[in-house]
Design a protein around this ligand. Structure first.
Ligand SMILES: NC(=O)c1ccc[n+]([C@@H]2O[C@H](COP(=O)([O-])OP(=O)(O)OC[C@H]3O[C@@H](n4cnc5c(N)ncnc54)[C@H](O)[C@@H]3O)[C@@H](O)[C@H]2O)c1
Length: 369
């Protein structure tokens, strides 16, 4: 069975996993003219039923396999616990579906590699969610780096100082386990920021790290991770991720170059300041300047309303899922790769699993071996 690209018709989506993040995909798909949500699946029938009712979806399945057998589904969003992602996504690709996988891609590099092999073998479109690459502020800093505005990057720091209650970890059997969560504050909450850091500042070549389980009980994984990083381009930096920072603060990424500094806070541009006197404190001002410089059309995202994920796991940080799903649909329609395909989705996993290895052995770890 092979799903089509829905040529001339809307791309028909199914959502696998209707818990915390599945409804965000449903909401985002509802805002995209070229997409239609036609099926949902969850092993907890009430969750699938509730999402189906809310969006007027007729096909409600009891697990991922049943949804994947539906020939009228062209594309699926995998929104299940992290350690299920690769196996379910491989099954979906082999069933002929195009696939969007929630972050992290999976919990081990071996699982990521299985998924990349299936992406190559089937030729179907695979995208891994890292929605903050689509935030206007992130795009602007990326453009500034690529235009050489910051000069040579010498120092790059990222910090995710969030707060999660014990109740959060107790709320699902899979949370806080190595098998299904794959790690703690760094793997679950920090993966977004690790991805942005390596996308903006360049790949990490080696690191040395420590982790702790300091402020929560009944979890196998860390609630604090700190690492010293060396980037492939010679820059150095630090990475901190925690769910023990009461009561949660905005994520921050600082990029320092020989010609200037860019700082992101939450999904906003805090500073873009250059030695040549240029300075932008908002996406709007920077977008205009960079777009004039590049002859391009940097777009400015409307400010997202909503709660903060710094302390509230139910909040969704920003509204960029829609932008990433639009990028995925473009890729399906044109045959081009989406911005974050399997190989791109694996990159933050290499850093995160490297942090865990270093913390376990007490030794520095070289990446990209
Ligand atoms: N991009 C983001 O901002 C973001 C935010 C939150 C969560 N996530 C990611 O989304 C994933 C899910 O997280 P969550 O918080 O929604 O978890 P959750 O536990 O609330 O939801 C997962 C759902 O998957 C269902 N499920 C399990 N096995 C299934 C199967 N075989 N078939 C169908 N359904 C099945 C569960 O019953 C549950 O309802 C995680 O990987 C997490 O890292 C991403």
């Amino acid at each position: 069975m092979t799903a089509g690209t829905g040529n001339g018709e809307k791309l028909r989506f199914g959502i696998v996993g209707c818990g915390g993040i599945g409804p965000t995909h449903a909401g985002a798909l509802g805002q995209i003219a070229d997409a239609e949500l036609v099926a949902v699946a969850d092993v907890v029938a009430e969750r699938a039923g509730a999402l189906a009712n809310k969006h007027g979806v007729a096909r409600v399945y009891g697990d991922h396999a049943a949804l994947l057998a539906d020939p009228d589904v062209d594309a699926v969003c995998i929104c299940t616990p992290s350690g299920m992602h690769a196996d379910q996504a491989v099954e979906a690709l082999r069933a002929g579906k195009h696939v969007v996988v929630e972050k992290p891609m999976d919990v081990s590099l071996a699982a990521c590699d299985r998924l990349i092999a299936a992406e190559d073998e089937t030729g179907r479109t695979l995208a891994i969610i890292s929605q903050h690459r689509f935030d206007a502020a992130t795009v602007l800093v990326k453009e500034a780096v690529e235009q050489g505005k910051l000069g040579r990057i010498v120092l790059a720091d990222a910090s995710v100082k969030w707060w999660r209650t014990q109740g959060y970890y107790d709320s699902g059997d899979w949370r806080g386990t190595w098998r299904w969560d794959g790690g703690g504050a760094l793997m679950n909450q920090g993966v977004h920021t690790v991805d942005l850091l390596q996308w903006l500042a360049g790949g990490v070549s080696s690191l040395w790290a420590q982790t702790r389980t300091a402020a929560h009980e009944r979890i196998e994984v860390e609630d604090i991770a700190v690492a010293a990083l060396t980037f492939a381009n010679g820059a150095v930096g630090t990475l901190t991720a925690t769910t023990a920072a009461y009561e949660g603060f905005p994520v921050r990424i600082d990029i320092y170059g020989t010609e200037g500094t860019a700082i992101l806070e939450g999904d906003r541009l805090k500073t873009l300041k250059l030695k040549n006197g240029e300075e932008y404190r908002s996406e709007e001002a920077a977008a205009h300047a960079l777009s004039v410089a590049s002859g391009g059309t940097a777009s400015v995202r409307e400010e997202a309303a909503g709660r903060s994920t710094a302390a509230d796991p139910g909040a969704v940080w920003g509204d960029a899922h829609r932008a990433q799903l639009e990028d995925f649909i473009r890729a399906v329609r044109t045959g081009a790769k989406p911005l974050i395909d399997g190989r791109a989705g694996r990159k933050p996993l290499e850093i995160i699993t490297g942090v865990y290895e270093s913390a376990r052995t007490g030794q520095p770890v070289t990446l990209g071996k």
